[in-house]
Design a protein around this ligand. Structure first.
Ligand code: HMG
Ligand code: MG
Length: 306
């Protein structure tokens, strides 16, 4: 199959990346990170989540961060909302501070659903239904994240049929786009393709993205495998930040820098300026006091020094 000529990257670093940091990251740093990502050419940024601060304390400053970013035309700002309380909090702000997109998140595995959002898959659908309806009525785009589509930290391997089942539930509920997530980064290329094919039973290719954590170092290969099926949208995390608090040992998403380097090297356009992106990654890594978890960023930074 002919590979896509353009890829859209959603940088989830400010949310998926920082949600797992133990030490508080001030809102001003998160805001600066978002500014730098948009200056580097990212056209969608997952900014924060409206979840329980008891569950994820790092995202408790959601309203402050959303109010602090200077929006750039053409950039979509998304937030996670697991229930009506989350959506209402996101929409409590004046309209110009609303997210352009909300994300509801469910799992292909029952055990992960319980650990992550404290309810079964079926219950999560009951919770999401009014969220999806209210967001769409307000003109807000709705994306769904499907966790553990190849493997679960509690249940092990996940069959593609369960991904198809979840994608069908998402579609019936009015979720406009779904992300196929390898939450714990255990997937390998053919397994990822099976999960995507299962999703394509219910969604068009233009409404499917890949969300690959890099725990086992497979995420770039998995990205290429997804591209081979025609997928052209991916969630990535600047400096490879992150991990999920309810998936022990799982590391961050594939680094945006690594994906941009690979795609540009293949002649695929992303609209991202790799040098500015590396600067954004260095900014947040310096704050966190560790080097970026990106091979491409490390190579570029080393070259700058020498
Ligand atoms: P619950 O305890 O079942 O909810 O949690 P509840 O409705 O019974 O409420 C309990 C308390 O939480 C109450 O407070 C509520 O007010 C509060 P209390 O009376 O005890 O003081 N609460 C909220 N506060 C703020 N915002 C809200 C909210 N909802 C309830 N929206 C709940 C259910 C979903 C809230 C909880 O389980 C939760 O917050 N989970 C968040 C988990 C999370 O954020 N995980 C990480 C993101 S998902 C991810 O990383 C995966 C992804 O990247 C894809 C992939 O890689 O797989 C997307
Ligand atoms: Mg994730």
């Amino acid at each position: 199959m002919k590979l896509p000529s353009h890829v859209k990257l959603v940088d989830v670093g400010p949310r998926d990346g920082l949600q797992n940091e133990k030490a508080p990251v001030p809102a001003a740093i998160k805001i600066e990170l978002v500014q730098r990502l948009q200056a580097a050419g990212l056209r969608e940024i997952e900014v924060t989540s409206y979840v329980s601060p008891k569950w994820v304390p790092q995202m408790a400053d959601n309203a402050e961060v959303m109010a602090g970013i200077q929006r750039q035309p053409g950039v979509r700002y998304s937030v996670l909302t697991p229930n009506m309380q989350g959506l209402e909090a996101a929409l409590a702000a004046p309209k110009h501070l609303w997210p352009d997109e909300i994300v509801v998140f469910a799992a292909a595995s029952e055990a992960f659903s319980q650990r992550n959002i404290n309810c079964s898959i079926a219950e999560s659908m009951t919770r999401f239904a009014p969220v999806v309806a209210a967001a769409r009525a307000a003109g807000i785009h709705v994306r769904g994240a499907m966790s553990c589509t190849v493997g679960c930290p509690y249940e092990g391997e996940i069959a593609p049929e369960r991904v198809a089942y979840l994608a069908g539930l998402m579609k019936d509920m009015g979720v406009q786009h779904v992300g196929v997530a390898d939450t714990i980064g255990v997937g390998t290329p053919r397994k990822i393709q099976r999960a995507i094919e299962a999703t394509l039973q219910h969604y068009d290719i233009a409404d499917v993205s890949g969300h690959f954590h890099d725990t086992y170092g497979q995420a770039l290969a998995n990205t290429l495998a997804a591209l081979e099926l025609g997928v052209w949208q991916f969630d990535t995390s600047v400096a490879g930040l992150g991990g999920c608090p309810y998936a022990k040992g799982a590391t961050g998403n594939v680094a945006t820098e690594d994906v941009v380097y690979m795609l540009h090297g293949m002649g695929i356009d992303t609209g991202v300026d790799l040098d500015k992106l590396v600067d954004a990654g260095k900014f947040i890594s310096d704050f966190l006091g560790r080097p970026p978890s990106s091979r491409a960023a490390t190579a570029i930074l080393n070259k700058r020094v020498n």
